[in-house]
Design a protein around this ligand. Structure first.
Ligand SMILES: Nc1nc2c(ncn2[C@@H]2O[C@H](COP(=O)(O)OP(=O)(O)O)[C@@H](O)[C@H]2O)c(=O)[nH]1
Ligand SMILES: [Mg+2]
Length: 405
């Protein structure tokens, strides 16, 4: 069925020769922003790669607003084609991305950039910064943004420190979503066995892209894209399912590549690509410290028996003390996190959801601590704090290896 559709697309879009660059946009109810994102993508292809053939693919999750109609109607430059399509299978960002990867492979594209459909700060320069390095031999380009100190709470407390600990790579936004990919990475991703998990077809796709590139020792770079303005989410109110999908996928990737990361001890700095990006300050917003702390304390009490059975005794006690003090220091957070990673590997499928939810509750306790510790910090100072904390995780890698067995 998918194969038929892909063959059809191949017939239409390959008739005048090869498509060089594909810009893929997963969308779901983005009627407010999709036109702007497509226009910036099209301008980026026209301005920066005028001699190449580009195609914009919108892979939509059956939006109930006018996302697809708007996407079909945006006018495009001569060197840019378009496909607006819906994917089949598990509803989620990962399924949308998989269809884009399949189209890119079928059309034999040389480079692929992903852009989120809810972006308000994307410019045509983003396309140059995500794609040009691929033509220069980089195989994976991750984004780097200026973000408000309380934005990116899953990234700062989990995805970034784990990426650094496991692979030694300072990829600051491993789940940023706006990526540049080479042909080799597209092929590897299509082959990952993790499509069968419950999380990778959903929000677990971004960490899967990053870990697949790092585990396969690809040449990686970062593109500095300035401020990321998109639809913001409050950690206590909106990030429940997303947390479980991102972290579940991170854990699955960690098991898949354990024999690779076990041997990595050095820190690598990716090459950073910079361009004409306007410097503006990220918009501050409030997070609800009290709501996070309440969920942490109440959640710990509700899940006490389960936590006691899944965590080693000292770690359970350590967590109990954190609840009493309403504070999770970064060293403790690293140890708690490593124990969840280790436990999840052996736990039965029907317990996984509950274990991830318990880790989510701890994470809210950790985010509350981080927010309180950084109240008086500038974004730059908070950035330095996040970097130092990730290095603390990395220094505790021997502890992770000791409990891994
Ligand atoms: N096709 C499709 N796209 C999705 C789905 N969920 C999210 N997306 C898209 O994935 C991108 C990132 O989602 P978003 O909710 O902004 O997540 P965040 O920015 O990572 O917090 C956006 O372009 C969404 O439209 C889905 O179920 N199907
Ligand atoms: Mg978003």
């Amino acid at each position: 069925m998918v194969e038929n559709r892909l063959n059809e697309m191949h017939k239409i879009f390959s008739k005048d020769g090869e498509v060089d660059i594909l810009v893929g946009i997963p969308s779901f109810n983005n009627a407010q922003t999709i036109e702007y994102v497509i226009k910036q993508a099209a301008n980026g292809l026209e301005e920066n790669f005028p001699k190449m053939r580009g195609i914009i693919v919108v892979s939509d999750g059956n939006s109930t607003d006018k996302t697809r109609e708007i996407a079909e109607s945006v006018s495009l430059p001569k060197n840019v084609d378009r496909i607006v399509t819906t994917y089949t299978g598990i509803p989620g960002k990962g399924s949308a991305i998989k269809l884009i990867l399949q189209i890119a492979e079928k059309l034999n594209c040389k480079a692929l950039a992903f852009l989120d459909a809810d972006l308000r700060s994307v410019t045509s320069e983003w396309i140059r910064l995500l794609i040009q390095p691929i033509f220069e031999g980089v195989q994976f380009v991750a984004p780097r943004y200026s973000r408000y100190k309380y934005d990116g709470t899953i990234t700062n407390q989990i995805a970034y420190p784990f990426t650094l600990t496991l692979f030694g790579y300072k990829i600051r936004q491993p789940i940023g979503g706006d990526f540049g990919l080479s042909k080799e990475l597209i092929q590897l991703l299509l082959k990952t066995p993790l499509w069968n998990t419950e999380s990778v077809p959903r929000f677990g796709i971004d960490i899967t892209i990053t870990f697949t590139a790092l585990a396969n020792n690809m040449n990686v770079g970062e593109a500095y894209l300035g401020v990321k303005v998109h639809d913001v989410k409050d950690p206590a109110a909106h990030l429940g399912p997303m947390f479980k999908q991102v972290v579940g996928a991170l854990f699955y990737n960690a098991y898949l590549y354990e024999n690779i990361w076990k041997n990595i001890v050095h820190v690598f700095e990716p090459k950073i690509f910079k361009g004409k990006i306007e410097e503006t300050r990220p918009q501050p917003f409030n997070v609800n410290i009290k709501a996070m702390e309440e969920t942490f304390v109440n959640g710990f009490n509700e899940k006490r028996e389960m936590l006691k059975s899944v965590l080693p005794e000292q770690i359970f006690e350590l967590l109990g003390n954190c609840v009493k003090e309403l504070r999770i220091k970064v060293e403790d957070w690293a140890k708690i996190s490593f124990n969840f990673l280790r436990y999840f590997k052996y736990c039965s499928q029907n317990l996984r959801e509950d274990v991830l939810d318990a880790y989510r509750i701890c994470w809210l306790g950790r985010v509350a601590t981080y927010v309180k510790e950084s109240l008086d910090m500038s974004d730059e100072e908070a950035e330095e704090k996040v970097n130092n904390e990730a290095l603390t995780f990395m220094k505790l890698k021997p502890y992770l290896l000791s409990i891994w067995g």
